[in-house]
Design a protein around this ligand. Sequence first.
Ligand code: ATP
Ligand code: MG
Length: 264
Amino acid sequence: MTDKKNSDNPLPMEILKVSSLSKMFGGVKAQDNISFSIEKGIVCGLIGPNGAGKTTLFNMITGIYPPDGGEIHFLGKPIKNMPVHKLVKAGIARTFQHVELFASMTLLENVLVGMHVRTKSGFWGAITRMPWVQREEKMAKESAENILEFTGLTEYARRPAGELPVGRQKMAEIARALASQPELLLLDEPAAGLNAVETEALGYLIQKVKQKGVTMMLVEHDMSLAMGISDKIIVLDRGMKLAEGTPREVQNNEAVMEAYLGQG
Ligand SMILES: Nc1ncnc2c1ncn2[C@@H]1O[C@H](COP(=O)(O)OP(=O)(O)OP(=O)(O)O)[C@@H](O)[C@H]1O
Ligand SMILES: [Mg+2]
């Protein structure tokens, strides 16, 4: 992975801008006029009760669902309705709320799949086995091994992903997402299913990824993780943006407290 911090540009730069986004599912407003922007290099926590619209927001940013209205800009360019593979190539990666690894493939192979948008050799390259293809494959394998080391998963590299404990699978999803060398990484409940020790390791990993200059959005129900690691927090409730601010500001926000107490 390359260090993407740009020391020549000290000004905070907007990496993601979401403007008046809306999405209906039947009669449910899953996104109701959502607007915010994210500065490059930060960790932005995205919190809110179940059904608030957090995953739907990720699904629209990553091209899985088309928004009904509004705009999304990534590094100043409109990306609404861009196909998923183009978004990945542009620098957006994500993990899923429910682990979506290729269970029968090894962890190393899963990471190599995540990397393929950054390699030139496709299907024909794999068949013809030209020397440059073999060189590229060797480099890709080395990068994948580096990513597994970076995420603390080296010992599992040659095990089928489906055999790993849930905690490791969640980390493996992050490894696979990092393989596409994202500028923006969206993490949907990475700590779900993790024990306290694994959650702490995850927090440490997110800090390391941040130090590489990757901007992150983090959906998280574990409040101490979300509050401890985020530079700013956006709170959604029933498809609406309830609050936005520093972790301290959000914690003291009355509407936020009510939404969480009202959860029952
Ligand atoms: N594909 C879909 N079809 C129909 N309704 C959907 C779909 N996806 C989401 N919804 C609805 O949209 C609303 C927001 O759902 P979403 O999954 O975005 O919430 P969330 O904040 O991620 O919740 P959770 O914390 O439980 O993961 C919910 O009412 C949900 O039932
Ligand atoms: Mg969700």
